[in-house]
Design a protein around this ligand. Structure first.
Ligand SMILES: *Cc1c(COP(=O)(O)O)cnc(C)c1O
Length: 455
């Protein structure tokens, strides 16, 4: 079964150009019977991919759309490497280990005792990282319950309704109740709400550093403090996982004094997407644990490694090493100062766009790009047109800006969101604002009363 449906006829074919070089047409949904010329096959596919959006004008995605040519060389040179073959590619394994240690240091993990290494691994992205971190929480909770002779069959995970879909997936796939807290006043989970939702079956609280809905940071330190108070009052000891998919590569550089990471004792694990503000092309994420005791040993498998044995924790077996190598490149190449400058620039550009949007008239900002370089805005008062119409209009200028309703508790509010990434510029921001202004004007012209006036 294909999960991806388009309305096409089964016998449909794709045609080559007028200058037919002997390839003719190929079936769309069946394996061609014959062999195609390599160049012609490439052109078929290139022609089709041209219809994809322009990555630089894609203000919807958090994922990296530009890397330096040197990174591209490294990626090309390592395309054939499989990260699981730690025996065959010991240096790639070593590079993964270094990345984990660099992130552990950046996220202020306690120094491992006995001179060991930081506990963590690469993944395909934050979604796989969430599965691994969620499993560790579930396993630890179950072990505690069983050791105490208590029922361990009804685990729940506490999170705001604004969590990314990966946490709902985790809950459904691993049989955990997704205890979603409705938004109430704030655009994300608050400390009081988090603590109030916990009970003896809570495997953990997910705090999001950088909500996908509006880019706002959840108050991780306040959530941890509320859980400290809960423990003092009830004895319940609920761990925190920080989903820092985006913020894990922003806060260490721009918000050094913000307490969100392993400096908080209650934070037991953190994930981040290397392919978002980690500045790597799609295909890499990270998950780290505070210490070895936070990652149950029976979740770890061993692969033979140069006569020794290498522990792995992953959902996949085979996976490209190229993305991990590219991550190491960005870490080495930019260093702390490079990341700081790149992220600050994205934040400054987001702030400029936020100002422009605010000054335009019809909009109210929910966020202004001062946490993640992301802004979300809504129509201040309902108009004859909606943010969905505006999103559609912007597409006419090539801009991809998603419109969607906020999560439960604020679902009556529809927003547009702009994500600023490395590679976006002040010039592009000015062009975007100009085009946004034109779209608003054009839509306002559609208002029935104005249309009547013009006639
Ligand atoms: C993007 C995102 C995810 C999912 O990450 P992938 O790397 O795309 O799998 C999870 N949580 C948050 C907060 C995100 O922004």
């Amino acid at each position: 079964m294909s999960l991806h449906k388009h309305h096409t006829r089964p016998d449909e074919t794709i045609e080559d150009s007028a200058f037919d070089d002997g390839v003719g047409s190929i079936p769309r949904h069946k394996l061609p019977v014959g062999i195609q010329d390599a160049d012609a096959a490439m052109r078929f596919i290139q022609n089709e991919l041209m219809l994809d959006g322009n990555a630089r004008q894609n203000l919807a995605t958090f994922v990296t759309t530009w890397m330096e040519p040197q990174a591209q060389v490294l990626i090309r040179e390592s395309l054939e490497k499989n990260i699981i073959d730690k025996d065959e590619y010991p240096q790639s394994a070593e590079i993964e280990r270094r990345c984990v240690n660099i992130l552990a240091n950046l996220w202020n993990a306690p120094e491992p005792t006995g001179g060991g290494d930081a506990v963590g691994c690469s993944t395909t992205g934050s979604s796989e990282a969430a599965m691994l971190a969620g499993m560790a929480l579930k396993w630890r909770w179950r072990a505690r319950r069983e050791a105490a002779g208590l029922d361990a069959t009804r685990p729940n995970l506490v999170m705001g309704a604004n969590v990314q879909v990966c946490w709902e997936k985790f809950a459904r796939y691993w049989d955990v109740e997704a205890r979603m807290v409705k938004l109430d006043g704030a655009t994300h989970l608050t400390a009081e709400q988090a603590a109030a939702a916990c009970d003896e079956n809570t495997i953990g609280v997910v705090a999001v550093l950088g909500s996908t809905f509006d880019g706002s940071y959840e108050p991780v330190a306040e959530i941890a403090a509320a859980l400290d108070a809960l423990q003092a009052g009830t004895g319940l000891d609920v761990p925190v996982h920080v989903d820092a998919a985006s913020g894990g590569f922003i806060a260490p550089f721009l918000d050094e004094h913000l307490l969100w990471d392993f400096r908080l004792d209650r934070v037991k694990s953190i994930n981040a997407s290397g392919h978002k503000y980690g500045l790597v092309y799609p295909g890499v994420g990270w998950v780290l644990w505070r210490g070895a005791e936070d990652l149950p040993a029976d979740l770890i498998f061993s692969v033979d490694y140069l006569g020794g044995s290498m522990p792995t924790f992953a959902l996949n077996f085979s996976r490209p090493a190229a993305q991990v190598i590219a991550q190491y490149y960005t870490l080495v190449r930019y260093g702390f100062e490079g990341y700081r400058r790149i992220q600050q620039r994205s934040r400054d550009i987001a702030g400029t766009i936020a100002e422009g949007v605010g000054a335009m008239g019809p909009f109210t900002l929910l966020s202004r790009g001062d946490e993640l370089p992301v802004l979300a805005f809504k129509l201040t008062t309902p108009d004859a047109w909606t943010v969905y119409d505006l999103s559609h209009e912007l597409r006419g200028f090539g801009w991809i800006v998603p419109a969607y309703p906020m999560p439960e508790g604020m679902a009556d509010i529809d927003v547009l969101r702009v994500v600023v990434r490395n590679g976006f510029t002040f010039d592009l921001a000015a062009m975007f604002l100009a085009d946004l202004g034109k779209c608003v004007q054009r839509l306002s012209g559609w208002q029935p009363d104005k249309v009547a006036f013009h006639h």
